[in-house]
Design a protein. Structure first.
Length: 303
C-alpha cells in the first residue's frame, strides 16, 4: 500500500570495505513503522546514535552490499551520513527546509526566517575519495609532521557522544587521535640536519595532536566538506553577517517528533474510516498519511 519511491544517491566519500569503495546507496523514506520505533525506543539517543538508528532502518543497500548492517552505518564518514540524512529528509518530507533563527548581535536579537532547500545543503561528491589521506603539517615551533589519517566516522562520533556534552574540545581531540593512522616527525639536530622518526601511537601521538589539531581538522574538512554545514547569512534587521552550523540530525529529528505526537491518532482515524490495518497504515510515510487525512476531512465536511 505504501507506493513510496526509493532513491539512489551518490555518497560524497564512499563506504570502504576490504579495500573497495562503494559510492552509491539506496534509501527508502521513513514510514510509520520507523516513526513508531523512534517513538518507543530512541528518546534517549544522542544525535549520532539517532542518526545510526534511522539510517540503519532506511538504507536498503550500499553499492552491492545488502542488507546494510548497523556496523556499516557507523563506519560511514560523517559527511556521508550527513548527506544520507539530507536525502532521507527530502524523500520523506520534501525538499524545502524552514526554521527561525535569532540574530546573535547583542543589540539586535531579532528573529529571522530560514528558508532553504535540501539541494542548497548538498555538496558535490569528492572526485577521488580514499580510505586514508596524507598531509605534511608544521607547528608553531617549526617541527614538521607527516600524518596519515582517515576521516571521522559515525562510530567516532558515538564513542565521544557523552564526553562531547561535557567537553567539546576534549571530544574533538579524542576523535582526531582515533583517526590518525601514522605520524612521523622530521627533526633537525646538530648531528643530523634532518632526521625522521615515527611517533609511538600509544604514548606520543596524543601529545602531538594539539600542535597540529587545527591544521589536521582543516585537511579533514577539505576531504569531507559535507561533514559540517556552515550557513553564511545576513540579518535582515541589523544587516550584520552571521555564521551558523546546520545540524541535519537535530533538525530532522525535531520535524519527525512533531509527526510522532499525532502518529497513533492518525492510525486510529485511518483505520476507523478506511478499515485499513495498523500494519498497512504504518507502511505509509507521514506525508502520505496526511494526504489521506486531508481527503477524509474534506469528505466529512462535505458530507
Amino acid at each position: 500500500m505504501s507506493g513510496d519511491a526509493r532513491t539512489i544517491v551518490t555518497l560524497p566519500g564512499g563506504f570502504w570495505l576490504e579495500g573497495q569503495c562503494y559510492r552509491d546507496a539506496e534509501l527508502r523514506p521513513v514510514t510509520g513503522r520507523d516513526e513508531a520505533f523512534l517513538l518507543d525506543a530512541t528518546e534517549s539517543l544522542l544525535p549520532a546514535q539517532w542518526t545510526t538508528a534511522i539510517l540503519a532502518r532506511c538504507l536498503i543497500r550500499l553499492g552491492s552490499l545488502r542488507p546494510v548492517t548497523v556496523d556499516w552505518v557507523r563506519a560511514l564518514t560523517v559527511g556521508d551520513r550527513e548527506a544520507l540524512l539530507l536525502h532521507l529528509r527530502r524523500l520523506t518530507l520534501g525538499d524545502r527546509l524552514q526554521g527561525v533563527l535569532i540574530c546573535p548581535q547583542p543589540d539586535c536579537g531579532k528573529k529571522m526566517d530560514l528558508d532553504l532547500t535540501v539541494s542548497d545543503l548538498l555538496v558535490p561528491p569528492q572526485p577521488n575519495p580514499q580510505a586514508r589521506y596524507e598531509a605534511t603539517l608544521t607547528d608553531e615551533k617549526g617541527t614538521t609532521y607527516w600524518v596519515q589519517f582517515r576521516l571521522p566516522t559515525g562510530a567516532d562520533q558515538e564513542a565521544v557522544a557523552d564526553l562531547a556534552q561535557q567537553d567539546v574540545e576534549a571530544a574533538a581531540q579524542q576523535v582526531l587521535s582515533c583517526c590518525i593512522a601514522q605520524v612521523k616527525v622530521k627533526e633537525v639536530t646538530a648531528s643530523h640536519p634532518v632526521r625522521q622518526r615515527s611517533v609511538n601511537q600509544a604514548n606520543e601521538a596524543p601529545a602531538t595532536i594539539p600542535a597540529i589539531a587545527q591544521q589536521l581538522s582543516l585537511f579533514m574538512a577539505k576531504h569531507d566538506p559535507q561533514a559540517e554545514l556552515q550557513l553564511q547569512l545576513l540579518c535582515p534587521e541589523c544587516g550584520q553577517p552571521l555564521t551558523t552550523t546546520f545540524d541535519t540530525a537535530t533538525y530532522f529529528r525535531q520535524e519527525l517528533a512533531s509527526w510522532l505526537n499525532n502518529l497513533y491518532r492518525e492510525v486510529h482515524l485511518l483505520a476507523f474510516y478506511y478499515h485499513w490495518s495498523e500494519a498497512e497504515i504504518l507502511r505509509m510515510t507521514a506525508k502520505k498519511r496526511q494526504r489521506y487525512l486531508e481527503l477524509l476531512t474534506t469528505a466529512v465536511r462535505e458530507g
